[in-house]
Ligand binder design. Sequence first.
Ligand code: ADP
Ligand code: ASP
Ligand code: MG
Length: 919
Amino acid sequence: MASASSISSYYLHNLCSNILQRDPNSKPRKNITTLNKIRTFPLLHRPPICSSRWEGRDSSTFNIFASVASADIELDETVEKVQLPKGDTWSIHKFGGTCVGTSERIRNVADIIVKDGSERKLVVVSAMSKVTDMMYALIFKAQSRDDSYISTLDAVLEKHKSTALDLLEGDGLSSFLSRLHQDIGNLKAMLRAIYIAGHATESFSDFVVGHGELWSAQLLSSVVQKNGLDCKCMDTRDVLVVNPTSSNQVDPDFLESGKRLEKWYSENPSNMIVATGFIASTPQNIPTTLKRDGSDFSAAIMGALFRARQVTIWTDVDGVYSADPRKVSEAVILKTLSYQEAWEMSYFGANVLHPRTIIPVMTYDIPIVIRNIFNLSAPGTMICQSIGSEDENGQRLESPVKGFATIDNLALVNVEGTGMAGVPGTASAIFSAVKDVGANVIMISQASSEHSVCFAVPENEVKAVSSALESRFRQALDAGRLSQIAVISNCSILATVGQKMASTPGVSASLFSALAKANINIRAIAQGCSEYNVTVVVNREDCIRALRAVHSRFYLSRTTIAMGIIGPGLIGGALLDQLRDQAAVLKEKFNIELRVMGITGSRTMLLSDVGIDLSKWRDLQMEKGEKADMQKFVQRVHGNHFIPNTVIVDCTADSYVASRYYDWLRQGIHVITPNKKANSGPLEQYLKLRALQRQSYTHYFYEATVGAGLPIIKTLQGLLETGDKILRIEGIFSGTLSYIFNNFVGTRAFSDVVKEAKEAGYTEPDPRDDLSGTDVARKVIILARESGLKLELSDIPVQSLVPEPLKASASAEEFMQQLPKFDQDLTKRRQEAEAAGDVLRYVGVVDVINQKGIVELRRYKKEHPFAQLTGSDNIIAFTTQRYEKQPLIVRGPGAGAEVTAGGVFSDILRLASYLGAPS
Ligand code: ADP
Ligand code: ASP
Ligand code: MG
């Protein structure tokens, strides 16, 4: 009978010859003598560690060093054959790397196994976390002739040694350590060989990297035994047989594996088996692996071989989330997934499950449950045959969209040309060229005419693909039948997965509109006939934003908006306080979540990645404020990819800030403002801004630029949109001037009323800013333009109430001192008006019919609505075709921080409802 060690000697010998016959193009061999020494390394001739029979062998141990048994090794006749009991009595558990990452965690896993009530269990275990990476690094370093592989190997040894010292004692410990040292010694020799050769074959690396699983399985089984359970340790290279396929994958040979399992079990009968994940053998008994993250696959194959009741995959998250929880913080746990949905999710990048895990269990209808080892109270996700998706009334039980996943580092290849249309075999020629270079096509999209075929391949394969296509289609390109073979680099795939999704009307529309609203450009689309998946290709830098946008469309019922507030002065400050007070109600009642990610003044700014605590934004701004920088501010507020929508609220009166709106809108940032500068600035800029607003899904709202919180713009737009014709807009647009003329009733001089208004805080610090009428003129121009007139501010004649000689006064104080000297003129006008039963009012007028605007002091009859005002109210009268005899009047307080902030707030909510918030 062949002993395990003689097989491993044979195998190692094979590996070494492999190196000697390596690729002639690789780096020259350094030292043949050393290599010869390695070929005759004493370990290769060491005496057998144990026999392949289970009797007489410490049941916890097995030959770590490549104990690859051959199927054709005859069983010792004297051993009584034990039949493998298959079926429901078995349950399979798989513990991922993080579950066995430390000695404490291994103890915890052992505890779970011991407590599991199943009659028979097989536990598949991954390498301790990071170990497989370290093992791959060993190979990489050695073949790059980087000496530091030695220290990495020392670290691997140290990690396992200290874990063992923590977990084991007595014989268990010494036997583990002696094997560990032996393995490390062997690995050192092999890595030295790789170092000298500057090359490692695939089978050589597979052999090296698989040690992580050998050690963790050994450790875990020893701990389970220490807990008093009879437990056998299975080196799955003795059982699992797989055939390599062309695309860096392997296909299990279930028949042969089944035979080997029977044999293994007859030698190691037990109700409790700890098996290595990840590793297997080829039919020639060469150790191999199931490729990265393959332990899930190991568990599924075992599930199928044992016809187990269930496969439980233990990991570090509560189950399968609707999206990668590291990218989408709002992702939710999915209770159930069908096999197909799970497959689609994992194929498109949800690495919580290896995509190949599904097939073996699906064959026997074995459910998979994903559970969190760190949260035993979470029930996890059940993956099984699809569960009926409708209740007895025919109502759909769950959303047709289940989850989203992404793959980065892709390139799109676009083969285009009119000569392709209707020519049979074009697609086949394209993909056979791609197959010849061994590239993996992840998705394909083709216009029905074959005029253009476009497909995604991994970025690192695209060069080979495009040259293969160019040479294959040289003639067609030269003849112009093909116009181009274009490569679009830096792409990502975003897959939306859900049973029957594609057959539910409206799903794709919601998906694409969510992407449009987040201003994301789609490069290609594919929807398989399977109805499980709609795949879009986007630019890589947009990928996370796209993922969050679609996820929030289907999962976040609340509309989440990232906000940047510019100008936390009177209005901005009042807005922040209103947001603070209203946030909870908005979230609860309307599912709207507003997160202020940045506040900037002209000197300092405050930024946050998750949202500023508005209950103390003033203190935070003082403590944590940094130097204001508009570019950085916008980048941080908008760059925050977990929130799909961004709005900048400009609460300044600054022209520079207003000049940035166009760029922000172009970047997909919504803009809301009470600042009049953009809409009353140069006409050309205004028209450009409005045109952009109309073309895009990005919104620009400015209700508070006229009449503070009063619905003036909204009313005007409502009239226009419903087809009314505006004839004239006339109103008292200045709260200050309203106050002044409402109180200028003959009891006091005009200058006294101005003084009183200034003292009561109704005027600007310099009252000339109000009395000049420019502010009213800006409001007039905004309304004129909104009504379709193409006027510049300079086209509006403005009657200034600042006496000509005082326009040049140095200061506000000086102006106030001098003003009484000029009272006479206005006193006279007031008396004349009064004598005729009139009052004076300072108004702005948009004369749409004559395409003019004006700002001036006018007389109104005492019965006129304008004469009835009190305080600082605004009043605006719209005379239209529908409201011709009786104008439509909007009246109310039109100035002050609170009401202006209220107007801005109402624009923010309007934005939220445009973005899909419930009404
Ligand atoms: P293990 O080592 O246990 O096999 P993995 O790292 O392979 O664990 O897989 C678990 C990880 O998969 C989670 O920590 C999570 O970050 C990531 N992941 C990606 N997409 C998803 C998803 N949709 N649901 C759950 N986890 C996901
Ligand atoms: N240890 C292997 C890896 O990290 C297999 C696994 O954990 O699934 O790829
Ligand atoms: Mg995994």
